[in-house]
Design a protein around this ligand. Sequence first.
Ligand SMILES: NC(=O)c1ccc[n+]([C@@H]2O[C@H](COP(=O)([O-])OP(=O)(O)OC[C@H]3O[C@@H](n4cnc5c(N)ncnc54)[C@H](O)[C@@H]3O)[C@@H](O)[C@H]2O)c1
Length: 352
Amino acid sequence: MSVPATPPPADPADRELLLGVIGAGRIGANHAELLARHVPGVRLAAVGDVSLKAAEELAARLGAPVATADPHEVIGRPEIDGVIITAPAREHTALVVAAAEAGRHVFVEKPMAVTLADADRAIRAAERAGTVLQVGFNRRFSPGFAAAGAAIDRGEIGTPHLMRSLTRDPGPFTADPARIPPWTIFLETLIHDFDTLCRLNPTAAPVRVHAVADALIRPDARPSGHLDTAVVTISFDNGAIATAEASFSALYGYDVRAEVFGSRGMVTMGDGRSTDMTLHGADGIRIDTSRRDTDLMRPAYLAELTAFADAVRTGSPAPVGGRDARTALSIALAAVRSVQEGRPVEITEVDG
Ligand SMILES: NC(=O)c1ccc[n+]([C@@H]2O[C@H](COP(=O)([O-])OP(=O)(O)OC[C@H]3O[C@@H](n4cnc5c(N)ncnc54)[C@H](O)[C@@H]3O)[C@@H](O)[C@H]2O)c1
């Protein structure tokens, strides 16, 4: 007589994760689609947005069972393991703190906060709760950037001496400058470059920041403080000197690149190509570029969300955590002050 085999006990690490998305706007819709269709072992269980219409439309499109205008309902639902916070930057801290206090793991888009005091509140809440806190610095997960980071970790270019990182958003710039929060170019755009530079100079800390910025794309918006073009130099405590630059309008497409020149060599990453095709034709040579960040960075977004799910499942720390985000924010805040006061600013002046 055959005895039915007893299945081995289920490993909790293999359990499907139920995640909610808070903020059903541009990047929230992107992340929700990746979670619902592409991240292994994850289910999109709820969508929250203060605009019920936005929440309902996204939930219906992706088959999420819950749509609500109350983000705290997503956080409070007992079946939810974690939340992806993609609301506007100024809403992040309150949502991160509420989610951590409810025991939910958190992936929050950059910037994690817009003040260092708020960043500290968010970090403390997650540490007290023992929950994962990951911040959306997707560029670290872009294959070329990840390979460059690994090469630097192996010492292949020696000590970084000169570094550069740039972000040129795809143009033409059509947004209404009046609807863009002040200092977005530093707090929301260049913050990617600040995190990249810190990641690529892993044993050093930033000490001094000098920023110059202007409104070259929309000079008419200059009087209201809207800045669309900027260059920032950052000095690190190992001597490395870095520049970061941004523009809101690259007419040839989204362009994200970086370079580190060190004592033993150089590494470059990113070239703005969306495919590796080069077309040689009667009119010359053509490559493909991306008209949207969500196209060029799609593999990076998928990799960062998969890494978040893995951290939650295995209980390991997030690969990009609150303290990394705090460092990038301190550079952004020093850049803001540098433009306001027209002088270099020590990190200690903004992070007393
Ligand atoms: N990592 C990246 O590449 C990347 C790209 C784009 C945006 N972002 C970041 O993502 C965040 C959102 O940007 P976006 O472009 O998607 O903005 P968006 O304006 O398109 O969407 C924000 C959504 O959040 C909703 N919302 C507002 N307050 C809310 C609240 N308290 N609770 C729940 N929902 C709320 C709005 O109704 C809107 O639908 C920003 O911090 C931005 O910097 C990151």
